[in-house]
Design a protein around this ligand. Sequence first.
Ligand SMILES: [Ca+2]
Length: 184
Amino acid sequence: MNRAILIAGGATLTAAGLALATNKRARDGASDAVAAVSKAIGTTRGFRNNNPGNIREGQGDRTAWEGERSTDDDGAFEEFVTPEYGFRALVRLLDNYRTRYGLHTVAGIIGRYAPASENNTARYIEFVADHLRVRADQAIDTQSTDTMLALVDAITRFENGGNPYSARVMRSGLDMARSGIIVA
Ligand SMILES: [Ca+2]
């Protein structure tokens, strides 16, 4: 399987491929394509809500996340004041999958995270497993910072068609989630 195509979802790879071209016209086209992709990702629902994992509101929206916006403009999804808080919530949720539900595989984790009633779960599982370079039914160690960040990155890419966030922003969210200082 061509991993680059799978991860890029087409558009980013096309831009990257074009960027290798040496003639100026192709390079200009590539810059436009990259800008268009960045702009498209910057307008996704997950991006607007600072909720890169597209965490849904629970029934009655009773979960009060740390860093949740005081306003509720999106009636279906959680909204956070910064992307760091969105990543924090995602890591908290995925840590719960391990500690509370004993989920240790991509199939188990994504099967719960993105139920088939509202998602193409099979495609989601395949995408994430491929990104992590594991089999869907293989145990992964989500206690590991690197593995959790890779999982969060894959979810962000699948949910938004790409990941516009820096590694630092994701790491900051993970550190907040696991610091034990902020509790929610
Ligand atoms: Ca909301």
